[in-house]
Design a protein around this ligand. Structure first.
Ligand code: FES
Ligand code: FE2
Length: 452
């Protein structure tokens, strides 16, 4: 095509306007290659440590054709193995019907087919009638296959590539930028999953930019206009809000809107709490609702916000919930959310977070598993018991439904013979070409191209 130039290969290339082809979204061949070139080569977030509360706890994690059994083998020791019996290949631990994954407490795993038994460290401990193999069943061949496993941020991560590098190196610079937020101390408030009629990238790309907010979520515009940026960081990327004109950049995360900030902050908090149940906490909503009583009319916006945050922080601290201190210069750089390559997004804050993950659904490019989880800090022992809940799209919080409404329609549109590839906003949607630039490095195809 006449208007298409060079392949995008570096962070600098991403500063130019680019186009991304549709192959990565709609091609069945691409999906099959993703299994070997992407899912079996990258570090993947496999679950939260709070789902492995004691020695002997286990969870499973499924990614396309593969399933991994993650176990807690010591106080601070976790291990992961291919979830497949070494006898005749039965999936060792089944995912219960309707569940996202298996989860429980077990030190030994007995295969349901013929009773071969494995320890939670992957050792085969029992083979019925082993003598029939005439001494040719060697221990090292019948133990479960090991999978690389490490922890960061309160999650357990796995990598199916036996030659993979370290998790920490892989996650940088996101890990260092997010460490001050002490994400490992947060606990689930809710978590839901669903199957969508779109590729996993379409689902994630509905959340990795702020450009869609005015059109998809017009209600938020009543609180003001909130332009935002997106930046590439190697494999990963992040997004954040531009600073309002009268504030430093570090305040860019606090969206204040126009008019009396005492009123708009309360309105926006109430709306966010009711319609999204994310990005805030009960404490912050309660304090916002008292701003009009607590502060005189005419209090400058920045002071209103400062009071709202300080007061919320104090109330939480009085209840034993201590927000980590993050320097404002750091907050500005960390933005509001990180896209961890390839399929995980962490929307961080000092007292709560909102995470999204999308995974392929079989080898159908037009379907995916999508999941969202909201976390916050709780007083010791007061975090609610939660589990992954399958929830139909129409039963999710309304703001998320607005995002969902675009997904199947985007997938349909991408398959149209008349569509010429996406043209993401180079400033606000840069996380999209950043993803595809990195995908292309693993996949060997589909790199974004510069627009001429
Ligand atoms: S397949 Fe597992 S014991 Fe036979
Ligand atoms: Fe949205």
């Amino acid at each position: 095509m006449a208007d298409i130039g060079n392949i995008v290969e570096t962070a600098q290339d991403l500063e130019a306007p680019v186009t991304v082809g549709v192959e990565a979204y709609i091609s069945a061949d691409y999906v099959r290659l993703e299994r070997d070139r992407l899912w079996r080569k990258t570090w993947l977030q496999a679950g939260r440590l709070e789902d492995l509360p004691e020695v002997g706890s286990f969870i499973t994690f499924d990614i396309l054709d593969d399933s991994v059994l993650v176990t807690r083998t010591g106080e601070n020791e976790y291990s992961a193995h291919w979830n497949v019996c070494t006898h005749r290949g039965r999936r060792l631990v089944d995912t219960p019907k309707g569940k996202r994954n298996a989860r429980g407490l077990k030190k030994n795993f007995v295969c349901g087919f013929h009773g071969w038994t494995f320890s939670n460290k992957g050792t085969c401990t029992h083979v019925p009638e082993r003598e029939h193999w005439q001494g040719k069943l060697h221990d090292e061949d019948i133990n479960l296959g090991p999978v690389a496993c490490d922890t960061w941020g309160g999650w357990v991560w796995i990598n199916l590539d036996p030659d993979c590098g370290s998790l920490r190196d892989y996650l940088e610079p996101a890990a260092s930028m997010l460490d001050p937020y002490q994400l490992e101390n947060m606990r689930y408030r809710w978590r839901k999953f669903v199957v969508f009629d779109c590729n996993w990238k379409v689902a994630l790309e509905a959340f990795n930019e702020t450009y869609h907010v005015p059109s998809t979520h017009p209600e938020f515009m009543e609180f003001g206009d909130f332009p935002g940026w997106a930046r590439n960081h190697g494999l990963h990327s992040n997004i954040g809000y531009d600073a309002p004109k009268d504030m430093e950049e570090n305040a860019g995360k606090l969206r204040v809107g126009t008019g009396d900030a005492r009123v708009t902050t309360a309105q926006m908090q109430n709306y966010t709490w009711a319609a999204a149940n994310t990005n805030t906490t009960q404490t912050m909503v309660d304090v916002a609702n008292r701003l009009v009583d607590d502060l005189p009319e005419g209090t400058p916006n920045a002071e209103v916000l400062g009071y709202w945050i300080t007061r919320s922080k104090q109330i939480d601290a009085d209840n034993g919930v201590v927000w980590p201190e993050v320097p404002s210069s750091h907050t500005a750089q960390a933005g509001t959310a990180w896209q961890i390559f390839p399929n995980f997004q962490i929307g961080h804050a000092v007292n709560n977070m909102l995470c999204y993950m999308a995974r392929p659904y079989g080898d159908d490019p037009n379907k995916c598993y999508f999941e969202a989880a909201v976390f916050q800090l709780y007083p010791e022992g007061e975090a609610p018991e939660t589990d992954w809940e399958y929830v139909e799209p129409q039963d999710w919080p309304p703001v998320l439904q607005q995002d969902f409404d675009n997904m199947a329609a985007v997938q349909q549109g991408m398959k149209s013979g008349g569509f010429r590839g996406t043209r993401p906003n180079p400033y606000r949607e840069r996380a999209i070409p950043s993803l595809h630039m990195n995908l292309a490095k693993f996949m060997g195809m589909g790199a974004p191209r510069v627009l001429k």
